[in-house]
Design a protein around this ligand. Structure first.
Ligand code: ADP
Ligand code: MG
Length: 698
């Protein structure tokens, strides 16, 4: 039987349609106003919404509700309360506006950086009516922001909402100055493409490194990797296809617009892309997507890996953050448009993004910093750690013609009196795709490609929104007092100056080459290779000023985040180091010794058979295995000692550096010896599955 997808879509969401049918007219109108204009919601309206929400939730099988939030762990958190309330010896199902609007979870066990010491442990969750509530596993989920008792953000949603507000404010103001006064609001749109791996669940469970760290810490390469390029866009295997079908349906029910699915480059690697949505909802939906992926995989006897680098030697997983700005009148501000006025507006916003990425390239790098992503950035399959922008040939030619005051030589282009250039309608397909660029213009949006697959997309969008808001504010300040008849010329001059000042960030070549690294250095661009290299930029005065000025983070919030990110980094490597130690001692070395025993026994038996038989092969193998096991033992002992030492370092940055340059470096050395040893030992003696089984198991 074919399913009615439109009926299924959003069936578990308290969306506009449900609100319209369930809420009294005036309540519905008040709520819409709150959602659209970010205005305050009165308690009586909240009470009416709560009643309707509960009724709808109970009708759909819910018994509980939860405030759903995104603490600094990078994943989501929830605490369920049932609707029951004692009444006349029995119970009734109750839910009040107060319960909808505000929760008071204990915040003391969530990462809070310096905030923990400074503030009370109590935290608040506050309903975010701009992201729809939904039902999952018999519980009504209410998206909320999470902050400390004194109002400091402890989560990933609050700063995102603030940054969207900043961008809205500055974009609308500038549009009005440019004469586009019909626009009342501008929101950011985001479409995050999500990469992941699927493995057989039993094999996944048999490896401690996958279970504890999400990635393999060692493992000899399989005979076949991705060199045949036969997996990318390949036919979906039946188990994968069944998983994807189920995943789509689960996501659709939750109103997540899953759109595209395909096999990725590495064996066992796949991708899902949704239709873009308002940034805030896109972030919530991406969190849900990652969660549901794992859950559905489990149901299918699979394990879904969202780590950035689960396997050495083949591609890791990233997330492409497609980003643009849209007006409430429905205009995509990064769409070049067809008329001169639209073109000018496009060029202004494009120039703002170019300026933002150049001025805050360091913050963009910081926004994707994590222990997992460090394995990917700068490696062959991912953009380098250097932030640059790709505009494509045509747009670059346009930008150049503005810079040099030359005529843009496209057959149907015309020059305007003022010198402002009229672009021909710019078809997105004319932009060639440069997969090596960290930040590429793809026709009517930018694609930020440095994100790791497990990262919340909140952080990168906070940086983008705030940085662009700042540039838009500078533009507005420069233009606000210009008389109307001089405006065109002033706009043109401003764009030109900005392009000249920031063109160093534009790079259309291949980002993977050594020449680019050299060239970028000459241009004065940042090359922040690791998380400890990047993080000091987060608290650099110019970056603190940016966030504080636009009310996105307070000083204290920045410092707390700085600590949390560094602490998370150190903890991730700490766990990896301990897992590696354990796997060496309990898994690999015992297998190596067992095999050495077998080889020695075989050699002895051979000698007993006839002294004329040579045992040189066996002896050579034993020598090699002895040497490798000695290396592994010595290095593992050192790893244990270094890891203990790391824990004693008080300063967060120094500790992270020690984990990066000493502990991780040592783990790489151990890995080299371990991979070689593993390749010599028969599979039957290894207590964990090897790469060939893991990658070709489904
Ligand atoms: P490609 O696969 O070539 O990168 P797609 O058209 O498939 O390009 O889009 C990739 C992602 O970009 C999708 O998630 C899509 O919804 C998103 N996207 C498209 N337009 C916008 C936009 N204006 N703002 C944000 N994201 C967008
Ligand atoms: Mg893409």
């Amino acid at each position: 039987m074919t399913k009615n997808i439109p009926e299924m879509y959003g069936s578990l969401v308290f969306n506009d349609k449900v609100m319209h049918s369930k809420l009294p007219k005036d309540v519905y109108r008040a709520l819409r106003k709150t959602i659209q204009n970010n205005t305050h919601l009165e308690l009586d309206v909240a009470n009416a919404v709560a009643v309707a929400m509960k009724e709808w939730a109970v009708e759909n099988g819910a018994t509980h509700f939860t405030h759903w939030f995104q603490p600094m762990t990078g994943i989501t958190a929830e605490k369920h309360d049932s609707f029951i309330s004692p009444s006349d010896g029995g119970v009734i199902m109750e839910f009040s506006g107060k319960e909808l609007v505000k929760g008071e979870p204990d915040a003391s066990s969530f990462p809070s950086g310096g905030l923990r010491a400074t503030f009370e442990a109590r935290g608040y969750t506050a309903w975010d009516p701009t992201s729809p509530a939904f039902i999952k596993d018999g519980t009504l989920y209410i998206p909320t922001a999470f902050c400390s008792y004194t109002g400091e953000a402890l989560d990933k949603k609050t700063p995102l909402l603030r940054s969207m507000e900043a961008l809205n404010r500055e974009a609308v103001n500038l549009l009005h100055i440019l004469g586009n006064t019909s626009v009342k609001g501008v929101s950011t749109t985001v479409g995050p493409e999500q990469e992941y791996f699927l493995l057989d669940k039993a094999l996944y469970r048999a490896r401690k490194d996958l279970v504890f760290c999400g990635r393999t810490l060692f493992g000899a390469a399989a005979p076949k990797g991705q060199e045949m390029e036969d997996h990318y866009f390949g036919v979906l295997k039946p188990r994968v296809s069944a998983f994807m079908h189920d995943l789509d349906e689960e996501l659709w029910k939750l109103g997540v617009p899953a759109k595209t699915k395909h096999n990725e480059v590495a064996p066992a690697q796949h991708e899902l892309a949704p239709v873009f949505e308002t940034a805030n909802i896109a972030v919530d939906h991406n969190q849900l997507t990652m969660e549901i992926m794992k859950k559905v995989a489990d149901k299918h006897g699979l394990a879904c890996l969202i780590h950035e680098k689960p396997f050495e030697g083949i591609n890791g997983s990233g997330k492409h953050n497609n980003w643009s700005m849209i007006t409430d009148t429905g205009v995509n501000l990064l769409d070049p448009g067809k008329t001169p006025a639209e073109n000018t507006q496009f060029l202004v916003f494009l120039t703002a993004v170019i300026s933002a990425v150049d001025d805050y390239a360091d913050l963009m790098r910081v926004s994707v910093a994590s222990a997992g992503n460090d394995h990917r950035l700068g490696a062959n399959e991912a953009p380098p750690a250097i932030v640059s922008m790709f505009l494509g040939d045509e747009l670059s030619a346009i930008v150049e013609s503005i810079e040099n005051d030359t005529f843009f030589a496209k057959p149907d282009a015309v020059q305007m009196e003022t010198g402002a250039h009229v672009l021909p309608h710019f078809f997105r397909d004319t932009t060639d795709r440069n997969r090596t660029s960290p930040f590429a213009f793809t026709g009517n949006k930018f694609e930020f490609r440095m994100l790791g697959s497990s990262l919340s997309v909140s952080g990168p969008n906070v940086v983008l929104n705030t940085a662009v808001a700042e540039e838009l504010k500078q533009f507005a300040d420069a233009l606000k007092d210009v008389p109307a008849k001089e405006l065109d010329a002033a706009v043109h001059k401003m764009i030109k100056e900005r392009i000249i000042a920031h063109k160093r960030i534009i790079f259309n070549g291949t980002g993977y080459t050594d020449e680019w690294v050299e060239e970028a250095e000459k241009r004065g661009l940042y090359n922040l290779k690791t998380t400890p290299d990047a993080m000091p930029q987060f608290i650099a005065p110019k970056n603190k000023d940016l966030f504080i000025k636009h009310h996105v983070f307070s000083d204290i919030e920045i410092m707390s985040r700085y600590e949390i990110i560094l602490e998370n980094y150190s903890k991730a490597i700490h766990i990896e180091s301990r897992t590696m130690t354990e796997m060496m001692k309990k898994d690999l070395l015992p297998s190596v010794y067992a095999y050495m025993g077998q080889v020695a026994k075989a050699a002895n038996e051979k000698k007993a058979l006839s002294s004329a038989l040579s045992v040189s092969c066996e002896e050579e193998l034993l020598t090699k295995l002895t040497s490798l096991s000695e290396t592994i033992t010595t290095l593992t002992e050192k790893l244990e000692a270094d890891t203990k030492e790391a824990e004693t370092i008080e300063d967060m940055l120094e500790r992270a550096k020690f984990y990066c340059y000493t502990v991780l470096a040592l783990m790489d050395e151990i890995r080299a010896a371990a991979d070689e040893a593993e390749s010599l030992v028969p599979d039957a003696l290894l207590p964990y599955p090897t790469y060939d089984k893991l990658l070709f198991s489904v």
